[in-house]
Design a protein around this ligand. Structure first.
Ligand code: ADP
Ligand code: MG
Ligand code: MG
Length: 211
């Protein structure tokens, strides 16, 4: 049963930057419907900056790498998603401080910390049409996977499937946090951009470990 290594972490972050670049227009279109049409631009800018920092952190532990992602996102991404994902990666880095490998329990601790960080920063609960609607079910699925004694790859696949389902379930929701909340009932019928980028983050992690 293979853990997530430092090399896997670096490969994940590079692939994530590539995926966000490829999905830049898609995420921006989702944000055009219920926000200000910049979510893809924000995420692409932030993770491009992350990839530029990767060579300098490649010999560090996983916690330090994730903390660097967090500080980079906070300083380069304008808009709500910068501080929210920044806090998520900072907390994830604190939960994995000093680690050179992550097993199933470490991954659950990392995801728990990321979700707590986003909730502390943005005050959103599930059902408010935000990234929390993808991440919260993913974290729950991770806990259940550990209970069910799944291996790491199965755990990540279940996480990713739960995030995807949560993302799709944002479509009928009315937004009560962030810019989309200004639309009131007109936010109904559109998939949340942040829930979509959250699913992409987990999907690239799952794909990185599964291949
Ligand atoms: P902005 O809305 O400032 O332009 P982005 O477009 O980059 O920032 O990000 C928008 C996404 O941020 C939303 O789709 C939503 O998922 C997420 N978001 C906004 N506010 C909150 C919040 N308070 N808690 C959690 N997520 C939020
Ligand atoms: Mg926006
Ligand atoms: Mg904006």
């Amino acid at each position: 049963n293979m853990p997530i290594t430092i090399d896997d972490t670096l490969r994940w972050l590079q692939r994530l930057a590539d995926a966000l670049h490829e999905n830049r227009d898609y995420l921006t279109q989702l944000d055009a419907a219920i926000g200000d049409a910049d979510h893809g631009i924000n995420m692409d800018r932030g993770f491009k900056a992350v990839t530029e920092k990767l060579p300098a952190v490649a010999s560090m532990d996983i916690g330090s790498i994730l903390k660097t992602v967090g500080t980079t996102l906070v300083s380069t991404v304008g808009g709500a998603s910068g501080p929210l994902y920044g806090t998520a990666f900072l907390r994830a880095g604190m939960a994995t401080a000093g680690k050179h490998e992550l097993d199933e329990a470490d991954v659950v601790a990392m995801l728990d910390a990321a979700l707590e960080g986003i909730k502390a920063r943005g005050k959103a609960q599930p059902g408010e049409k935000t990234m929390v609607d993808a991440l919260a079910p993913a974290v729950e699925a991770a806990h259940e996977a550990v209970q069910a004694k799944c291996d790491l790859i199965q755990l990540l696949q279940r996480c990713c499937a739960a995030a995807e389902e949560g993302m799709k379930k944002t479509i009928p929701l009315q937004a009560t946090k962030g810019r989309a909340s200004y639309l009131g009932e007109r936010s109904v019928g559109h998939q949340d951009p942040g829930a979509t980028s959250c699913w992409l983050i987990l999907k690239t992690l799952s794909d990185t470990m599964g291949q």
